[in-house]
Design a protein around this ligand. Structure first.
Ligand SMILES: Nc1ncnc2c1ncn2[C@@H]1O[C@H](COP(=O)(O)OP(=O)(O)O)[C@@H](O)[C@H]1O
Ligand SMILES: [Mg+2]
Length: 147
């Protein structure tokens, strides 16, 4: 407000504990329309899978586990499927083509993609792109919208 002419971008950067992450998951479940695709970026342990778990809990869907060894997991909710894709183990984007993620997105109530960068153009375009990061506190994470 100092009149210096610098306009800061509106920041959706929030620091969350695990309970806050749970609330964020419930909010995403309420707000995201059918068929929405959410990209989740951030280093290992940043909380991407934990956020998906929060959404599946809010959705009363089968509990999600890390799909690191199986690229795609789907969870049944009363409103439809939640697809959870983890591209961490992809070595080349070409490996993602067989997954047909576009079709999976269209038949899902909601789709989350961890490590979308590794799927290249095989990852459907995101309706939301979120990034999680560690903080100096073990039990806190930063969540921000990637523009
Ligand atoms: N505020 C928090 N938000 C998200 N995860 C947290 C938080 N505090 C602690 N954790 C823990 O950090 C770990 C995050 O792991 P995970 O979600 O598998 O990371 P990623 O999928 O990004 O590799 C979980 O064990 C989770 O319980
Ligand atoms: Mg994960």
């Amino acid at each position: 407000m100092g009149g210096g002419g610098v306009v800061e971008a509106v920041s959706s950067r929030r620091e969350l504990d695990l309970a806050g992450l749970g609330e964020e998951g419930a909010r995403l479940w309420r707000e995201l329309p059918r068929g929405a695709v959410v990209w989740l970026s951030g280093e290992l342990g940043a909380g991407k899978t934990a956020l998906v778990q929060a959404v599946t809990e809010a959705a009363h869907a089968e509990h999600a586990r890390s799909p690191t060894f199986a690229l795609v997991h789907e969870y049944a909710s009363p409103e439809g499927r939640i697809a959870h894709v983890d591209c961490y183990r992809l070595r080349r984007p070409e490996e993602a083509r067989d997954l047909d993620l576009g079709t999976l997105a269209r038949r899902s109530r909601l789709m989350f993609i961890e490590w979308p960068e590794r799927a290249g153009s095989a990852a459907p375009a995101p309706d939301r792109h979120l990034r999680l990061a560690h903080t100096t506190r073990d039990d806190h994470r930063v969540l921000e919208d990637v523009k």
